[in-house]
Design a protein around this ligand. Sequence first.
Ligand code: FAD
Length: 337
Amino acid sequence: LKSRKNVQLKKYNSLGVEALAAKMLFIQSEKDLLGIEELINPDRLFILGEGTNTLFSKDFEGSIVKVEIRGLEYKNVDENRCLATIGAGENWHQFVTDSLDKGLQGLENLSLIPGSVGAAPIQNIGAYGVEVSELIDFVEGYNLVDGRFEKFNRADCGFRYRSSMFKEQRRDQFIISRVGFSLNRNWSDLEASYKSLSTYLDQNGIKNPSPLQLSKAVVQIRKSKLPDPNKIGNAGSFFKNPVVNLKKFEELKKRFPGIPGFETEPGKVKLFAAWLIEQSGWKGKDLGKVGVHQDQALVLVNKGGAKGIEIYELSQKLKADIRKNFDILLEEEVRIL
Ligand SMILES: Cc1cc2nc3c(=O)[nH]c(=O)nc-3n(C[C@H](O)[C@H](O)[C@H](O)COP(=O)(O)OP(=O)(O)OC[C@H]3O[C@@H](n4cnc5c(N)ncnc54)[C@H](O)[C@@H]3O)c2cc1C
């Protein structure tokens, strides 16, 4: 098992902030996981993929377990379905592309989401009308509390909007090693109804897109809208979209007639955190070396050389303002350490 002490984390997080990890363990196979609970302090542990959804606000005194398990296998289940089993350390978008190149359908809407395969189930990544939980067959990993491997079927993973049991009850206790995806060998209806996606397809004269065409459209839209972490440090959406009850929504509407929201289930309305931030005057604003992206109010950026604590302080200022202006408490999507 490879391990190092006093590791600089700058290259391990997409916000590009500097922080030191007291110890870092590099997991390259399932064998490396056996007995790992003896080598770490479970109270000071963080499991790391590619660090695209993580903010290191200060040095990390404990152990970081970096998951680098590789490998990808496809197995036809029947004439319609194929099971892809893939190591948690593989890159998400490379997997999406590989599955599409093999003629398999399912992951196209989730193209170009940064990060590792192992992190995808954690917050049930989603984009353009699809959540990864719809495609997951199983999640396998190592339970640090009992020191044993466990395998969960999709129904047992507690998937919800941007969450799962791995993010909640099992947080920092379960190292995902491999994930199984159930993909389609034949496809008919694809999910192309998401507004910006259907507009893009219309504008480019694409009718009845193939999965590959849909993926290419998603990639183009994302590239035009989201800042590339390789160019400007960021972690994607910093906050989740808040959900309020209908009564609260009606009250808000009286004060802010233009407030957008849509009902996700009876009596519950999802609002747009980006809109709330923009209305509070933060879009495109800088605070020293950090700022709110000029096109994406939900994305906080490191303009170069910022410390993690500066990003954190900016996020707290946004939260305070949203609370003051709308009486809504934003919840972070990014994991803050
Ligand atoms: C530009 C940009 C755009 C983005 N767009 C989207 C989007 O459209 N939709 C979306 O859902 N997300 C989006 N994200 C967020 C991010 O891509 C996802 O959350 C991704 O799954 C994070 O992967 P990671 O490997 O970098 O995770 P990390 O940041 O390394 O970890 C994130 C969380 O997962 C846990 N974790 C990671 N690997 C494992 C493992 N093997 N076992 C157990 N726990 C683990 C960590 O402990 C942590 O809690 C975006 C991010 C960026 C920078």
